[in-house]
Design a protein around this ligand. Structure first.
Ligand code: FAD
Ligand code: NA7
Length: 457
């Protein structure tokens, strides 16, 4: 064992990628440091670990989960596939390109279950506070064991933060919303469309959450869906029943007034206004301060905190790529901690960061953003032994996906893509997505779809 100690906060896909990276090193017979991972929920999987709860969890902690029932992957699974554990490795048969949440959870869990990673994770344990102890060159981390209701501390030479950034809502105020008589919630608390059946629903925001919650509510039977945008509309061809309007100016009772002078009555408002990067356990000098960007400032290679290079962050970017990007970051983080990758001096790191930040600023379209993140991952992969894969092909799948959504937002999930890892083409799901109301793993793997009569309705 290498004689240093690594603390990982969070056992979502990013934290698990870190554990996997060290495991792959250990399997080669190489020494690894002492590792401990702390997770505030009672299971791994991060966002993919669905909870019915809202507000606070069992132990009174702010609830992490923002996922909801009937959530299906919003991008092709072929774009997020692990290079070292493919969908074929896990399911042993081709599956569709857009699986539901439970299926993706199963896949994430399948890889990590192959190792003894669970032994390294302490669940129901929340990181409360971190100090950097300069003379020891270590982090002192204060944790709460939520089950025992006990506080304890640990020291680490490196600290890896993988706590996600789609959990703490950004909740803007709109004049008059305080007296809106119906439901008002943030997307973080949305748990499924059931309560919005036959309702007129207003979604504020024009990104992934607004698009997906809007389409789900339409699918499950909302009377009407309005999506209100601040800067740009989503701009796809919407079916009758979903419309986009410019920003709400104010509310009066149950009526929303919009910038274009129109107004409409609503039963419910869902704020799909994004999330804050929030690290209540980090002091000011160790805190990453960023909006939801493709290249957060102050992170060298998107991972190493530039003010204290023993503090690492995983998964803090806005995401086209997800699971495989977290892997490439974790492999980079591992090799850096093992001393195989040396850091340039701070001035050169600043220059490297600025280069990426400027490149992001210059990229405007969805396609350019895909290219940006692809180049970022290529850069990371070139530095480690993470199995390389055809990133240009993945980028072109992302671009087709963007196009598929524009062509038909209701059926893009019926498309199939080919894995660059296995060259296996996905199987069409047995039921068109718009007709599939059951998102369980059991139903998904069932070979029988809805009957013809249902389909033709
Ligand atoms: P998370 O998954 O958020 O995990 C962070 C973990 O850290 C959690 O388990 C949390 O409990 C733990 N934690 C937080 N604070 C503490 C603390 N103080 N102490 C201890 N533990 C702590 N991605 C896709 O690829 N496809 C999709 O279709 C998709 N849909 C999404 C839909 C929604 C509604 C949301 C919110 C996200 C979606 N994502 C999707 C993105 C998703 O966030 C990533 O796939 C992935 O879960 C990010 O992994 P992570 O480990 O970085 O963060
Ligand atoms: P995003 O992608 O960060 O988008 C946030 C959206 O909220 C975006 O359209 C913003 O508009 C809008 N926003 C933010 N503040 C306001 C205010 N004050 N008024 C109106 N609109 C506002 O978050 P999402 O929740 O959509 O997606 C996050 C993840 O969840 C994603 O990875 C998914 O997979 C699921 P802007 O364009 O900035 O004007």
């Amino acid at each position: 064992m290498s004689n240093f100690k690594v603390g990982i906060i969070g056992a979502g896909p990013s934290g698990l990628a870190m554990l996997r990276a060290f495991e792959s090193e250990q399997k080669k017979g190489n020494p690894i440091p002492e590792i401990k991972c702390y997770e505030k929920q009672d299971n791994w999987g991060g966002m993919w670990n669905y909870t019915w709860r809202t507000g606070v969890g069992k132990y009174g902690e702010p609830l992490h989960g923002s996922m909801y029932k009937y959530l299906w992957s919003n991008g092709p699974k072929e774009c997020l596939e692990f290079a070292d554990y493919t969908f074929m490795d896990h399911f042993k048969q081709p599956i569709s390109s857009y699986p539901p949440r439970e299926v993706l959870f199963d896949y994430i869990e399948g890889r990590i279950k192959q190792s003894n990673a669970r032994d390294f994770i302490k669940f129901n344990t929340v990181a409360r506070w971190v100090d950097y102890v300069e003379d020891k060159k270590q982090f002192r981390v204060v944790f709460d064991d939520l089950v025992k209701n006990e506080t304890f501390e640990e020291y680490f030479d490196y600290l890896v933060v993988g706590t996600g950034h789609f959990s703490t809502p950004n909740m803007p105020y709109f004049k008059g919303i305080d007296s809106f008589p119906g439901t008002v919630m943030h997307a973080h608390d949305f748990r499924g469309a059931d309560q919005f059946i036959d309702k007129d629903i207003l979604l504020i925001g024009s990104s992934y959450s607004a698009e997906d919650i809007g389409v789900q509510c339409f699918k499950h039977g909302s009377k009407s869906v309005t999506i209100s945008y601040r800067t740009n509309p989503i701009g796809v061809k919407w079916p009758q029943g979903i419309e986009e309007k410019p920003l709400v100016t104010h509310f009066k009772d149950n009526v929303a007034y919009f910038k274009d002078g129109t107004k409409k009555e609503y039963d419910a408002v869902v704020l799909c206004t994004g999330y804050q990067h929030k690290f209540p356990f980090l002091p000011d000098n160790l805190r990453l301060k960023t909006k939801n960007n493709l290249y957060p400032d102050n992170l060298y290679k998107g991972v190493v905190f530039n003010e204290n290079e023993r503090l690492l962050f995983l998964g803090m970017q806005d995401q086209y790529y997800t699971f495989n990007m977290f892997d490439t970051q974790a492999w980079f983080a591992r090799d850096y901690m093992l001393g195989r990758i040396s850091l340039p001096n701070k001035e050169d790191r600043d220059m490297d960061i600025s280069k990426w930040v400027e490149l992001e600023k210059a990229s405007k379209t969805g396609e350019e953003h895909v290219d940006f993140q692809t180049d970022y991952i290529k850069d990371l992969i070139s530095m480690t032994d993470y199995p390389t894969f055809d990133l240009d092909k993945v980028a072109s799948m992302f671009k087709s996906w963007l196009n598929d959504k524009e062509t038909n937002i209701l059926s893009y999930r019926d498309k199939v893509y080919t894995s660059v890892m296995t060259e296996v083409t996905a199987e069409e799901h047995h039921t068109p997505w718009m007709k599939e109301l059951d998102d369980s793993l059991e139903r998904y793997l069932d070979e029988v779809g809805v009957d013809e009569e249902e389909l033709n309705k």
